[in-house]
Write a protein that binds this ligand. Structure first.
Ligand code: ASP
Length: 446
């Protein structure tokens, strides 16, 4: 078994391996650091020469084959993508036999998961040959159970044993095997998940996730021009921000590494000198930034209930939530006052059922007043440092008020990790800009 020294698992996304030029950059990154022992590639993504992702092309090929339509020209395009990479790298290597096998499988009515997974499989073969690393097929170490759910324990056992005895290896992302041996993929973007699983299996010190951006930014750059990058973020903060839709990572990829306490470092293949964003379990710094990020989403509704003496009515809240439960609607927030209670839900979940919901609630809790307001946008201001700075909430509210924006809802999590504000959808962007500009002046946080 190789020495247990510092180990990095490095995952490269589709844009980082889209063509020969990007392959070279990725290879330089891998080979410049001997601790980058395990590499997880995605399939080639969009590139200058072709605006299609190989995975999408494979899925289309499978559809054509299932419809008994001519899939061969598309399969030839896919092969041309790989040949261009191989030739651009000056390699003496051929995927002809692999493509013949895929063609034969397509003729035999191959399953979608098998076909979709070939993008990663072939990219893994090419990369392993190019950098001289061992190729380990993900179907030999990543397992799903008979229920088609990922089998974490079995995978961890096998992957750890197999990988740690190798000096280095390339493990294609996105798929594993069912007990019968058939290929099963994760959901789209699932190479992130494979990277995290491999990182946990080899007990990596860092899981580097190489993509085409230098990590997370404090806000959506479509809303705030040139926002500050986030250098360090905790898993809990990330969860808060990604709940609001801000993420460059597959959600399921957090779990295996979080469990093992392995930090994730998001890095930019086109700018390897940028340290990117480090995602850590807990941060020990003495003075964390006052806020870490701001994210938000439109498309929420508030169901507002008022009833005199609500606070002494035993079971009021339970009955309200029972009504939502009965209709299979999950709620997002539950701000309440002495005689008022608001339930915030995604508008799409109550669409065309508002009347039914209102009459059900009226029957169950006989409120004095009940209404639904739609077009609510939620904004989360997230920061582990918030707890150390009194007055943060008032700064958030004043900044929004100065813009003449009405705050419709406030919810501060008891962990003091976030402040959630509801505003009308039309005020969404302006409110985010107001909060950002309050805390970040000339690129500096205060
Ligand atoms: N190639 C797969 C997709 O496009 C998986 C990945 O890239 O992570 O979804």
């Amino acid at each position: 078994m190789a020495d247990r020294s510092f180990i990095k698992v490095v995952k490269f996304g589709g844009s980082s391996l889209a063509d020969a030029e990007h392959f070279k950059k990725a290879a330089d990154i891998i080979l410049s650091d001997p601790t980058r022992r395990y590499v997880v590639p995605s399939a080639p993504g969009k590139c200058a020469a072709d605006n299609r992702k190989v995975t999408d092309m494979l899925i289309r090929c499978c559809g054509l084959a299932a419809d008994r339509a001519d899939y061969k020209p598309l399969l030839a395009d896919i092969k041309a993508r790989y040949d261009a990479i191989i030739n651009g790298l000056g390699m003496d290597y051929s995927l002809d036999a692999e493509f013949e096998k895929i063609d034969a499988e397509l003729r035999r009515g191959a399953a979608l998961d098998y076909v979709a997974s070939r993008g990663e499989y072939l990219n893994g073969l090419v990369l392993a040959h190019y950098i001289g690393y061992e190729f380990v097929d993900a179907s030999e170490i990543i397992f799903f159970g008979p229920d088609k759910q990922f089998d974490a324990d079995r995978t961890n056992l096998f992957a750890s044993e197999r990988l740690l005895e190798l000096k280095n290896a390339v493990v294609p992302g996105f798929y594993g095997a069912l007990p019968c041996g058939d290929i099963k993929t994760f959901s789209r973007g699932g190479s992130d998940v494979t990277g995290a699983i491999v990182a946990r299996a080899v007990m990596a010190d860092i899981y580097e996730n190489w993509t085409d951006v230098s990590g997370f930014l404090m806000c959506d750059p479509r809303i705030v021009e040139n926002p500050r990058p986030i250098h360090k973020i905790t898993y809990r903060e990330l969860r808060e921000l990604s709940y609001m839709g801000a993420t460059v990572l597959h959600e399921d990829s957090i779990f295996p590494v979080k469990l093992a306490g392995i930090p994730i470092n998001i890095r930019n293949t086109n700018d390897p000198s940028d340290p990117g964003t480090m995602i850590v379990s807990e941060s020990e710094e003495s003075a964390p930034d006052i806020i870490t990020g701001i994210a938000g989403k439109k498309g929420f509704s508030v169901v507002h209930l008022e009833k005199d003496m609500m606070n002494v009515e035993v079971g009021f809240g339970m009955k309200v939530l029972q009504a939502f439960y009965d209709m299979n609607i999950c709620f997002e927030h539950l701000p309440s006052g002495i005689d008022t209670m608001s339930v915030i839900v995604e508008t799409s979940l109550i669409k065309d059922r508002e009347g039914f919901l209102l009459s059900k609630l009226s029957r169950m809790v006989t409120p004095d007043h009940i209404s639904i307001t739609q077009d609510l946008a939620l904004i989360a201001v997230v920061g582990r440092g918030m707890v150390n700075y009194p007055g943060t909430a008032s700064r958030v509210f004043s900044a929004i008020a100065r813009e003449g924006i009405n705050i419709r809802m406030i919810d501060q999590g008891s962990s003091e990790l976030n402040i959630i504000i509801g505003v009308a959808e039309r005020d969404f962007e302006a409110a985010i800009r107001a909060v950002y500009n309050e805390f970040c002046k000339n690129g500096k946080l205060s």
